[in-house]
Design a protein. Structure first.
Length: 556
């Protein structure tokens, strides 16, 4: 339960909306129980009054009828208001939770994410956080409502008979305790397993979708779909067991409701017989009890799934409580005058690996130069660039820009100095304008068209009716692979960073297209440092130096 406390604290950021929603939900419950009680009293009283003509004519049913209409209207209005305010506050809480979670996990990338698959992280960031809304809507708020309602009923029944009032109150509390204890104890472990099963199912779905073409090519799609069906069957069995637990819990509430009514009748009927209590009032008390137990009914199910909520909180906390491998200072200790790069005796080994990715690397890159780093796959080229962008810190040695060690620069300052165009460019499901402005948020349309012209995309985009406002689709579904690559290059050019790292910039582009783009980039970026990671060295001209890596060792 301790894992839930940080999330409970976040809930109170929306305390105004939650308080108003809670108040309206309590009024709704109170009106519902009052409506049932008053209706029962009116039926019983009218039946008693109708026994003789005299009492029937004297019976005033207008005031109770008006009370029933008032309670019914109150219930409708408060229910509507409760749904509006409670759900609005809950959506805001989920928004705040996601922002909080992203702020926690963003500094962890990418060093901590090698332990998790993309589907697992997605489940934690979306599904597990969604499960946390149970904590307020289905646990905290209803439980507090039932307790307050029980106190109000205790006070109300005191006006008729103290003994009955306390009997009802104690039996209601006993019912709440037993039903919640039964639901939570039986459902905790199973609910946690359901979260794990659901995570594995979603991970399997992501895997099947991402690799569908490969599975089809090798005839393995049926095999992997079978794995998913197996997980789905396990999840169905778990849900069936949860439904059995729910049935037992509801049965216990129903049983306790009957026991409470029998006890009240056993105590109340002698009072009616001795005219200390009217039959209509006893009917009112019985229907009040029924109304209270109707409110208790949803609670066991919520506590049954509390284990699922706790497991979801534990999974989210597992990621968010991790400490970043790379820590940036809040303020840069020194200013940068030049952008010379100095890599001095740098070594690095990935966590869990038995060999060093880089061994005693030393090289200097002067400001404004063009260099290439070549080597076979796994030679350490990309690792070296990740150290330069501080995705990781070296185990040994130091990297400096302008004579300042990278660990003395703030993250914003480092990102302003160094930009990396990755081998695989990520395109967001947004407009072309939005995707380009990731590199420079205040870029004008003139600048955007200019950079598109440099990467030979201007004519293509001009053919689209919406131009820069053209939607690129999810992962750039509306673009070819070569166009996606060129958007990545356009971002690097637009960024204005004095050091640009290009990871396999010619991949996916024909020789003539890349040659034209490379010539344009050299002219436009003549004062910036260009570092190229490539296998195709012959496609680059006017390089100042070529460095070769082999098995993490600098050869030249």
């Amino acid at each position: 339960m301790n894992k839930l406390m940080p999330f409970v604290k976040l809930f109170f950021q929306e305390w105004r909306g939650l308080l108003l929603g809670f108040f309206l939900s309590f009024i709704c419950l109170l009106a519902g129980v009052g409506l049932l009680s008053l209706s029962g009293w009116l039926i019983c009283a009218a039946a008693s009054a109708g026994i003789t003509i005299a009492t029937g004519l004297a019976f005033n049913y207008f005031i109770p009828a008006a009370g029933i209409r008032f309670l019914a209207l109150t219930r409708i209005v408060s229910r509507y208001g409760e749904r509006v305010f409670n759900h609005s506050a809950t959506f805001n809480i989920l928004r705040d939770l996601r922002v909080w979670c992203y702020q926690k996990i963003e500094p962890l990338a990418p060093a901590h994410f090698y332990k998790y698959s993309g589907g697992d992280l997605l489940q934690r960031f979306v599904g597990d956080i969604d499960a946390l809304d149970n904590l307020y809507l289905r646990v905290l708020s209803p439980l507090l409502n039932v307790f307050l309602l029980s106190c109000v009923v205790l006070i109300f029944l005191h006006f008729f008979d103290i003994k009955i009032a306390w009997l009802v109150f104690l039996l209601v509390l006993l019912t709440i305790f037993l039903s919640l204890l039964l639901s939570f104890s039986l459902g905790k472990k199973l609910g946690a397993e359901c979260v794990s099963m659901l995570s594995r199912m979603r991970l399997q779905v992501v895997t099947n979708i991402q690799n569908a073409k490969t599975f089809l090519l090798f005839g393995q799609l049926k095999h992997f779909l079978g794995k998913f069906n197996q997980l789905a069957d396990e999840y169905d069995r778990a849900q069936f067991k949860m439904s059995i637990i729910q049935g037992f819990s509801l049965g216990l509430v129903t049983l306790m409701s009957g026991v409470t009514i029998v006890v009240v009748l056993w105590v109340g009927l002698p009072l009616v017989h001795h005219h200390r209590l009217s039959g209509a009032i006893l009917g009112l008390i019985v229907l009040t009890i029924m109304g209270v137990f109707e409110v208790i009914t949803p609670l066991p199910k919520a506590f049954q799934y509390l284990g699922q909520t706790e497991k979801a909180a534990r999974r989210v906390t597992e990621v968010t409580s991790s400490k970043p491998t790379v820590n940036f200072p809040e303020k840069s200790l020194q200013s940068i005058q030049l952008t010379d790069i100095e890599i001095d005796q740098v070594s690095f080994q990935y966590p869990g690996q038995y060999f060093q990715a880089l061994q005693d690397i030393s090289l200097n890159v002067s400001s404004g130069s063009r260099i290439a780093i070549v080597g076979e796959t796994g030679a350490g080229k990309t690792t070296l660039m990740r150290l330069l962008t501080r995705s990781w810190d070296p185990d040994q040695g130091v990297i400096k820009i302008g004579g300042v060690p990278l660990n003395q620069l703030t993250e914003n300052k480092l990102r302003q100095l160094v930009v990396m165009a990755f081998q695989r460019t990520h395109i967001f499901n947004a407009t072309l304008r939005d995707n380009l402005r990731l590199a420079k948020t205040d870029a004008t349309d003139k600048e955007l068209w200019h950079v598109l012209e440099l990467v030979l995309l201007k004519e293509t985009i001009e053919q689209y009716k919406k131009g820069l406002d053209t939607s690129l689709g999810e992962f750039g579904a509306n673009l070819s692979g070569g166009q996606i690559k060129r958007i990545g290059l356009a971002r690097a050019i637009l960024s204005g960073a004095p050091i640009i790292i290009l990871d396999e910039p010619s991949e996916g582009l024909d020789k003539q297209t890349f040659s034209t783009i490379w010539s344009a980039m050299q002219k436009t970026l003549k004062d910036r440092t260009l570092i190229i990671i490539t296998h195709q060295l012959h496609e680059f001209t006017n390089l100042n130096h070529v460095y070769k890596l082999r098995n993490g060792v600098l050869i030249d």
